[in-house]
Design a protein around this ligand. Structure first.
Ligand code: PRP
Ligand code: URA
Length: 209
């Protein structure tokens, strides 16, 4: 079974409170989502494998460490996942970026896939799927289905706010993946929104409501 981890670093928690506040405007929301994503990338990349590298410092020869093995792909679930990409690229600038377009039908809450464009070597990469919200889990499950169908196997899911319902569904459908979240909230309401949550992440990021 993959990991499930709530990243409760004080800086992450403080910044999450800023964006949960309904008075946080689009500009601040976008900035702070980026900052949280950078902090989360630091934690999520903690188990990246290292290898030895022989180098010479100005003083002596040494065997130092460098990142080994799989390269990274960041895959945001459109739209709201886009808000997390730049923050992760701050720490992992060489990562490739794929996109999976998904929207949730407001009536049925069922996800619909409308776009998939991934790096051609996705199967050889460590994939970070990013989306601020894990609500029913439908979008994350379908996005990971799409990735696995195209050869990806090493996948971590990174979100800001999750609901217990979504975590359970995602772990049942894709037990192999690691899930990282900045908060595990209380429940989903009858409209499929996370309570207390932060509202509609896409609308708040892009100012569309
Ligand atoms: C939101 C959010 C997730 C999804 C989560 O996207 O960004 O992708 O809902 O809900 P789920 O876990 O129940 O599937 P939305 O469908 O509103 O699209 P948007 O990002 O384009 O606004
Ligand atoms: N999508 C969002 O953007 N917010 C929620 O609370 C649930 C799904």
């Amino acid at each position: 079974m993959g990991k499930f981890q709530v990243l409760d670093h004080p800086l992450i928690q403080h910044k999450l409170t800023i964006i949960r506040n309904k008075d946080c405007g689009t500009r601040s929301f976008r900035e702070v989502v980026n900052e949280i994503s950078t902090l989360m990338a630091y934690e999520v990349s903690r188990d990246m494998p290292l290898q030895d590298k022989k180098i010479e410092t100005p003083v002596a020869k040494m065997t130092a460490k460098e990142l080994a093995g799989k390269k990274v792909a960041i895959v945001p679930i459109l739209r709201a996942g886009i808000g997390m990409v730049d923050g992760i690229l701050e720490l992992i600038p060489a990562a490739k970026v794929g996109h999976i377009g998904m929207y949730r039908d407001e009536e049925t809450l069922q996800p619909h896939e409308y776009f998939v464009k991934l790096p051609s070597d996705i199967g050889q990469r460590q994939v970070f799927v990013v989306d601020p919200m894990l609500a029913t889990g439908g979008s994350a499950i379908m996005a990971i289905d799409a990735l696995k169908k195209r050869g990806a196997s090493n996948i971590k899911f990174v979100c800001l706010v999750s609901a217990p319902e979504g975590v359970k569904a995602l772990r049942e459908k894709h037990p192999d993946i690691d899930i990282y979240t900045a908060a595990l909230d209380d429940h989903l309401n009858e409209d499929g929104y996370i309570v207390p949550g932060l509202g509609d992440a896409g609308d708040r990021l892009f100012g569309t409501k």
